[in-house]
Design a protein around this ligand. Structure first.
Ligand SMILES: Cc1cc2nc3c(=O)[nH]c(=O)nc-3n(C[C@H](O)[C@H](O)[C@H](O)COP(=O)(O)OP(=O)(O)OC[C@H]3O[C@@H](n4cnc5c(N)ncnc54)[C@H](O)[C@@H]3O)c2cc1C
Length: 441
């Protein structure tokens, strides 16, 4: 069990944190190095002096199929900071202010989804006739969908109607892949559908009940203290010295760190800088070719409590909007709504001013939420994350490296590595799990 071997992990996002925990559990002596002053990477909370409260950098939703993430949460004693749905349940509101509930049944997948969609009142009889075609997705055989260029073409090939696409596929794809269906590789799409609808409970949504620091990092810090993990913050790795194996890494301060094993857990947009030209091209790394996709979160604060008739029906405080720029509303409390705009670059909003983004949100809420125009808004906060995820188009599959490299002591972790999943917390943690399994075995 106690291998006594030393491991250096570069980057303390959720991939680096989970790699540190999984390997510490197996008796490795871990040093984790993070360039910023804190852990968490692209999933963190920060204190806002103006509003005197913590904000997450963006609402994070997990799902029942995040098995590796749940293992990390269990090991860091944080599993009690998430709420699980009993079955997938989401309400949607359109611009006619009509509310439609999509609720999967407790049947065996994929029938749970088919039955849920059959009862979904946003769909008409013709839509429902074409529903049965989606069972073709659930065997996960991506090969037969290779002829399609992207998920939108695949859905067309399966004769999915406009209504089905508007009221089901587009919200699902935007939420999962953070981009629209034409930017999603059909193979990745089929893999996610298979994962989500292969076992009971997999498609259920899981929503954090605490802020992201509490959920992902605070308890990990306690764990590191207890288990003697060395965690260096504000220390950037500037290079990895490689001959036929990794010899050491160099920090910006000039310090050299030496260990038996090294794991890069930096995002795709920082990876190129770790290597010299020779190593990068010899390994055919292509991280710099990946395209980023943004997410914008907008918090709206009301002067008075929302009246009951204004609160959209919801499960776990979450409601989807149809036909608007804002896709999701999360009700934090009766005076605080948090809104999500996924694929913000696609919506052309990455470079917009907070004032303009707020106006768009207000317009969307007026158009969808009953009596919203009567509510007095006391303030708002816009949080932009321009590089939240990568665009998972077909090209991206050629740029995602495997976790194992040709050097026996170098591994690559991160949501963008080849996990068969889109850029998610689960992809990040899965990459670490793959690495820890390889190292242990
Ligand atoms: C607004 C927003 C909403 C999201 N919503 C969801 C969601 O609902 N569900 C979901 O599953 N996922 C969601 N995601 C995606 C999820 O946050 C990411 O997939 C995940 O956090 C990526 O983790 P990572 O460890 O792979 O990378 P990162 O979090 O990017 O971590 C990499 C770390 O490496 C550090 N680093 C970089 N270079 C160096 C260096 N040279 N030396 C030392 N350290 C370095 C960075 O500072 C960073 O801390 C969302 C992301 C955002 C931004």
């Amino acid at each position: 069990m106690n291998s006594g071997k030393t491991v250096t992990i570069i980057g303390a996002g959720i991939a680096g944190l989970s790699a540190a925990v999984f390997l510490t559990e197996k008796g490795f002596k871990v040093t984790l190095i993070e360039s910023s002053p804190k852990a968490g990477g692209r999933a963190y909370s920060f204190y806002d002096n103006e509003r005197k409260m913590f904000f997450d950098n963006g609402q994070h939703i997990l799902a029942g199929w995040y098995e590796n993430t749940f293992e990390y949460l269990r090991l860091t004693d944080s599993l009690n900071y998430v709420n699980f749905q009993r079955s997938l349940e989401v309400n949607f509101i359109n611009k006619k202010k009509e509310i439609f509930k999509l609720k999967c049944t407790e049947d065996k997948p994929p029938m749970n989804l088919v039955m849920g969609l059959l009862k979904y009142k946003a769909l008409n009889i013709v839509d429902k006739i074409y529903l049965k075609k989606i069972t073709a997705l659930s065997d996960g055989n991506a090969e037969k969908f290779r002829k399609y260029k992207n998920a939108r073409e695949l859905l067309k090939g399966l004769k999915q109607t406009k209504n089905l696409i508007t009221y089901f596929w587009e919200p699902l794809i935007l939420a999962t892949f953070n981009t629209s269906p034409e930017n999603v590789s059909p193979e990745l799409f089929v893999n996610v559908m298979k994962t989500g609808f292969s076992e009971s409970g997999n498609s259920n949504l899981v929503i954090p009940s605490a802020d992201l620091n509490k959920l992902l990092t605070d308890n990990a810090m306690k764990y590191f203290t207890e288990k003697n993990v060395t965690f260096k913050t504000s220390e950037k790795v500037v290079s990895i010295d490689i001959t036929d194996r990794v010899n050491f890494v160099t920090l910006e301060s000039g310090e050299k760190i030496n260990s038996d094993i090294y794991i890069s857990a930096v995002p795709f947009f920082s990876f190129r800088k770790l290597f010299d030209e020779r190593v990068y091209s010899e390994n055919n790394f292509k991280a710099e070719k990946m395209k980023a996709s943004g997410i914008i979160s907008v918090h709206i604060f009301l002067k008075e409590d929302m009246p009951d008739e204004m609160i959209p029906e919801n499960s776990l405080g979450m409601t989807g909007l149809i036909g608007t720029t804002v896709q999701w509303i999360f009700i934090r409390n009766r005076r605080h709504l948090s809104l999500v705009i996924s694929g913000a670059d696609g919506a052309g909003l990455n470079e917009e001013t907070p004032e303009r983004i707020f106006e768009i949100c207000k317009r969307d809420l007026n158009e969808t939420i009953r009596n919203f125009e009567k509510a007095e808004i006391e303030g708002y906060k816009v949080i932009k994350e321009k590089r939240a995820t990568f665009i998972p188009d077909r090209d991206s599959e050629n740029y995602r490296p495997q976790q194992k490299t040709k050097y026996e002591n170098l591994f690559i972790a991160g949501d963008w590595t080849d996990t068969g999943l889109p850029a998610t917390i689960e992809s990040a943690v899965k990459s670490s799990k793959i690495i820890s399994n390889i190292i242990i075995n």
